[in-house]
Design a protein around this ligand. Structure first.
Ligand code: ADP
Ligand code: MG
Ligand code: ZN
Length: 502
């Protein structure tokens, strides 16, 4: 037993720890994403409920009062189709909504309007690069449903609560569900899948990608099986992970827990478990329902949807350039490395900034260097994007170009960058009024070099006697005279010339 143990968290209930090479992990993610529409899915209430006092963003429809009738939000349907197309899904000609019946206090209607056997899309895939490999994960379907209300428990969420408060503001917010095939094989693959999926959703502008607030949520289904086995093992569904890190850790933990059970000859239960961040473990929440428990039936208050091919074409034509294509284009069009292109296209905003800086006239290599280096540092440190900073895109273009032309040196540019980023101001005025432009007048530089040579006979003798290092102190002397406003490489070159001519 001990020889199979490699690493991993301890298994609860006193079991043996460890992930064993005897098992292959199988993971499928179900991702819910609130759509960035103006109104809710079936009524006119606002979809951005976040700042509203509890239970103020409700109406008879989203509260499920008797006699209230739902009206479909067209934008939500279009956003779902757009997402499905970006994920290479097929859009059927017909679709419908169904009632998923269950009781829970956050669901005032007693059922959720969702989609069952005729979703808006089917059979797609998401593929991405991970550690030099291409991973291709199937997408079972992307469908549309409505969100529930939210519960606030006084006391522990996981144990018996003293009391709970209900807020219905979120009820009926358009919620897209992206069901992934069980094609992922490690916690790393699952995390990367989620990173890429979020990137696509935010590029499309259909979701804000916020795992922390829960406007994007991920459930991970995990099972183990002997490597090479084609049958799937019993799956456990994990909920409550609100960061990429939590998704990664929860899956790792769950793989180890199930391996421990199997090692002891036990079978994992098919159940739903919750990730408890503070305890770094999953705990059982409930045993799994089956579809039959929900008594799905077609929603009688909504007509079935006919999805014309013309609509699908229109939506296809509005498809923005997706992150992977954009990164590939930055490599071919501007000669960036794929690493640089990957980081620059991480968000649509950062990609747009890069393209704006290049369009403004800064050479692509310099634009990439600035944006990934000093600008990124300032953006993180001050939680401000370049576009909203005092410098702005245009300011960076001008500053970068002064360096490219050799009008100011790198040290000066860095200092100016930070100052302008934080306080704004006119770049040319600053350079002028502070006398920051480089001493590029050859005659002046030569006069300064001769002055330094004359004042340092010992260094000169040392250098001429073969001590290369002595040249550095002479270079330092000239840089000091120029107050740092010279190119050190040019000064070194000039000194060499002067000294060898002597
Ligand atoms: P349910 O009806 O319980 O929701 P589904 O078969 O519809 O189950 O699958 C839901 C999710 O679980 C999908 O993302 C799918 O990829 C994943 N899944 C299904 N079976 C397994 C399994 N044996 N191991 C891991 N993930 C699985
Ligand atoms: Mg499910
Ligand atoms: Zn409403």
């Amino acid at each position: 037993m001990a020889s199979q143990v490699t690493a991993g968290p301890a298994v609860e209930d006193g079991g043996a720890p460890g992930i064993s090479a005897k098992y292959e992990a199988v993971i499928g993610l179900e991702v819910h994403a609130q759509l960035l529409t103006e109104s809710k899915m079936f009524c006119g209430c606002r979809a951005d409920y976040a700042q509203m006092p509890p239970n103020t963003n409700v109406c008879p429809v989203c509260m499920g009062l008797p006699g209230a009738l739902p009206v479909m939000n067209r934008k939500a349907v279009e956003y779902t189709i757009l997402t499905a197309l970006a994920l290479n899904c097929t859009i059927p000609e017909e679709s419908k909504f169904d009632r998923k019946n269950y009781f829970y206090p956050d669901l005032p209607k007693g059922y959720q309007i969702s989609q069952y056997d005729m979703p808006l899309s089917l059979n797609g895939h998401l593929s991405f690069e991970l550690e030099g490999r291409r991973v291709r994960a199937g997408i079972t379907r992307v469908h549309l449903e409505e969100d529930t209300g939210t519960l606030q428990h006084a006391g522990s969420v996981l144990h018996t609560a003293a009391s709970s408060a209900i807020d219905y503001n979120r009820c009926g917010v358009p919620l897209m569900e992206i069901v992934g095939e069980p094609d992922l094989r490690s916690a790393e693959e699952a995390r990367e899948y989620l990173v890429r999926l979020r990137q696509i959703l935010t590029y499309l502008g259909v979701n804000d990608g916020n795992l922390e607030t829960g406007s994007m949520r991920c459930d991970a289904n995990v099972s183990l099986r002997p490597p090479g086995d084609s049958q799937l093992g019993v799956k456990v569904e994990i909920k409550n992970m609100n960061s990429f890190r939590a998704v990664h850790r929860a899956i790792q933990y769950e793989i180890a827990r199930q391996a421990g059970l199997l090692d002891m000859g036990e079978k994992p239960l098919q159940e739903t478990r919750g990730w408890v961040e503070t305890e770094s473990r999953t705990v059982s929440q409930r045993t799994k329902e089956y579809a039959a428990d929900y008594r799905y039936f077609p929603e009688p208050d909504l007509p079935p949807l006919q999805i014309s091919r013309q609509l699908v074409e229109e939506i296809t034509s509005q498809m923005p350039e997706l992150p992977e294509q954009k990164a590939a284009r930055l490599v071919t069009q501007f000669g960036l490395s794929s690493y640089e292109a990957g980081v620059l296209t991480a968000t649509r905003a950062s990609a747009d900034t890069f393209e704006a800086v290049v369009a403004g006239g800064l050479p692509p290599q310099a634009a990439s260097r600035w944006l990934l280096g000093d600008v990124a540092k300032l953006e993180t440190e001050h939680r401000t994007r370049l576009a909203e900073s005092g410098l702005g895109v245009a300011g960076l273009v001008r500053l970068g170009n002064l360096v490219e032309k050799g009008s100011i040196n790198g040290t000066t540019a860095k200092a100016l960058l930070e100052e302008l980023f934080l306080s704004g101001g006119d770049l040319d005025d600053l350079v002028q009024s502070r006398g920051l432009s480089m001493v590029s007048d050859a005659a002046e530089l030569r006069r300064m070099a001769e002055e330094v040579i004359a004042a340092n006979p010992k260094s000169v003798a040392d250098f001429q006697g073969g001590k290369e290092a002595a040249l550095q102190s002479l270079v330092g002397g000239v840089m000091k005279l120029t107050r740092g406003r010279a190119d050190a490489r040019a000064v070194t070159q000039l000194l060499r010339e002067l000294l060898s001519a002597e």
